[in-house]
Design a protein around this ligand. Structure first.
Ligand code: TYM
Length: 349
């Protein structure tokens, strides 16, 4: 038996450089990346190989990669204690991805809802890379023998697949090499919805920029987007719309999705429970509430946006961070891929 080398708890997570980050990415993922640094060894990756599963303009991709890196730094990820790098600089991702292509089953990938959503109606025209996307994601995580993966709720199915791949690899080769990862999907902020339609996820790919608050938005843009966010004619509810676990009931979220979403954002920004927030907000009008929400959002987000701008003016510094991170990442991932090759019987002469 070959035992896996991971004795410490290790975090891995990734973000695609397919456009700037929005409030959903921040509250659902990046802010948690920052918080986790004090308790774990953390590896944070800008997944540029994933980005090219749909066409990216080569003249823009490098800057998009720098922009996500700037967002990581501006949000408070410390490049000295955590590892920050872009995926294509560490060959183990693609190499382990190939091995996992031979472990994962077509039937498993056929069940992936993100592929169905992203490929749309014309599935035949989607890239093979888009189909195999979750296999590369499993390789990202397991190349570091990571144990915990902080993500938003939309990544849950991909992390289940990662567990399946790890389990099948261990089983097929009679080893206990890859760990069973634990997803860290934290609270209501793991699913932030569009400002224009509370039943749709806030997303980079949504055509209307009014649907999301971007990390690079300035105070005026943030205020304008909140002012124009969709609402309903009723006053805000109280804590009676929460279930026994303190979560908004499905019935309320279905009936008043925009109210549920804005209240969730407000609570998450203030790191408050929904219970405390709704006790304060009960009976308030949307116009009063929107003022409070704007103040909170601007207070928290505008400084991050300004710091991002400052960092983007010094691409040389960002590249140094990525180069140093990639070196440290290779220090972990190279021995893992070498062991995988040995387990599989691939000759390293
Ligand atoms: P990506 O780039 O789409 O999103 C980055 C992170 O943001 C979360 N997120 C949200 N959270 C709350 N509300 C939303 N509306 C929202 N939209 C996005 C995502 O769940 C994610 O955590 N496949 C991944 C990237 C990836 C990865 C990995 C993640 C590649 N390899 C390995 C973890 C581990 C993705 O497309 O994320």
């Amino acid at each position: 038996m070959t035992d896996q080398g991971a004795t410490t708890k290790r975090i891995f997570s990734g973000v695609q450089p397919t456009g700037g980050l929005h409030l959903g990415n921040y509250l659902g993922a990046v802010r948690n990346f920052v918080d986790l640094q004090s308790d774990y060894e953390c590896v944070y990756c800008v997944v540029d190989l994933h980005a090219i599963t749909v066409w990216q303009d080569p003249t823009k991709l490098a800057d998009q990669t720098r922009e996500i890196t700037a967002a990581f730094l501006a949000a408070g990820i410390d490049p000295k204690s955590s590892i920050i790098f872009n995926q294509s600089q560490v060959r183990a991702h693609a190499e382990l991805g190939w091995v996992f292509n031979c472990v994962a089953r077509v039937g498993w990938l056929n069940r992936m809802t993100q592929f169905k959503d992203k490929a749309g109606k014309n599935r035949e025209a989607a890239s093979v890379g888009l189909y195999g996307y979750p296999v590369l994601q499993a390789a990202d995580i397991l190349a570091y023998l990571a144990t915990h993966v902080p993500v938003g709720e939309d990544q849950k199915q991909h992390l289940e697949l990662t567990r399946d791949i790890a389990g099948k690899f261990n089983n097929d080769f009679g080893v206990d090499f890859f760990p069973m990862i634990e997803p860290l999907i934290m609270g209501a902020a793991a699913r932030i919805m569009s400002l224009r339609d509370g039943s749709k996820k806030m997303s980079k790919s949504e055509a209307s920029d009014m649907s999301r608050i971007n990390l690079h938005d300035d105070a005026d843009a943030i205020a304008n987007k909140i002012r124009r966010a969709k609402t309903d004619p009723q006053a805000l509810p109280g804590a009676e719309v929460l279930d026994a676990d303190g979560a908004i009931t499905d019935a309320f979220a279905k009936e008043r999705p925009e109210a549920a979403n804005l209240v969730t954002i407000y609570a998450a920004l203030g790191r408050q429970s929904l219970h405390d927030v709704l006790n304060d907000l009960a009976g308030k009008s949307f116009s009063d509430f929107k003022g409070m929400l704007t103040e909170r959002a601007v207070d928290q987000m505008a400084p991050i946006g300004a710091e991002m701008q400052r960092l983007m003016n010094d691409p040389g510094h960002i590249d140094t961070v990525l180069k140093d991170g990639a070196e440290r990442a290779r220090g972990i991932a190279d021995p893992v891929i070498n062991q995988v090759y040995d387990i599989v019987g691939l000759l390293r002469a």
